[in-house]
Write a protein that binds this ligand. Structure first.
Ligand SMILES: [Zn+2]
Length: 239
């Protein structure tokens, strides 16, 4: 089982480890700071240096419980020393987008009693699906953007802590986190990672985040799209 360095330190850009296994899709490492695709956040890209050869990581994803660093070449000896380097520009923008997503989700929960039912983060344009949510006019969207940007401008600290399952559930219920998400957590998960954004938002999340809302900067809510009965898709970008 690969040690997931990104769970503790979201800012780890490079690391040294050893090669644990090779597969036809890519390489499995003893430890990694590459985030594997999941929870709406895309997998990391970057470089692995093995025997002085830089190997491009095209994507990172989980396959049969293992974190696979997708590479074109897999012909290396298990136990080789590996130096990992993230494509930091790519990852950092996703961290900003992910933290922004938590704030936007909470805003719609508080102001529209609407739950986030799907998220998809992308480098330039991310999207969120809300339900139930009525059609939001462009004028309203402009107002909402201003209000969310004023929350981000408060420079709220973003903290990560891990609690035992039941303790985490009780804590998140008290903080009015979407309970539907908690019901989806498999029984085998014994500890829950909680991301808090000041006193504004508390969420169970395994993704990567910035340390303060000031790092997100500003967001733009771009457009809405009807995705069915009382289901709306909202696009946003961070800049
Ligand atoms: Zn999240």
């Amino acid at each position: 089982m690969t040690k997931r360095l990104y769970l503790e330190d979201n800012y780890m850009k490079d690391f040294k480890t050893t090669l644990d296994k090779t597969t036809t899709d890519g390489l499995v490492l003893k430890e990694t700071s590459f985030y594997p695709e999941g929870g709406g956040q895309p997998g990391d890209k970057g470089t692995l240096i093995i025997n002085n050869h830089p190997i491009k990581v095209k994507n990172t994803r989980i396959k049969k419980g293992e974190i696979i660093h997708e590479t074109d070449i897999q012909d290396f000896s298990v136990g080789s020393e590996v130096e990992g380097k993230l494509n930091w520009e790519y990852r950092y923008e996703l961290m900003r987008s992910h933290s922004a997503q938590h704030v936007i989700s909470r805003y719609f929960q508080i102001n529209f009693q609407s739950e986030t039912v799907s998220t998809h983060l992308k480098q330039s344009k991310s999207r969120l699906d809300f339900q139930p949510l009525r059609k939001i006019s462009p004028e309203e969207l402009t107002e909402i953007t201003i209000e969310i940007n004023s929350i981000l401008a408060k420079k709220l600290p973003i903290l990560i802590k891990t609690l035992p399952r039941e303790e985490a559930f009780a804590y998140l219920r008290e903080k009015e986190y979407q309970t539907k998400y908690l019901e989806m957590v498999p029984k085998s998960v014994k500890s829950i990672r909680i991301i808090s954004i000041g006193d504004y938002d508390f969420a169970a999340c395994a993704g990567t985040h910035v340390k303060n809302t000031a790092e997100i900067g500003k967001i733009s809510l771009i457009s809405t799209k009807n995705k069915g009965k009382l289901r709306e898709r909202i696009f946003y970008s961070v800049h």
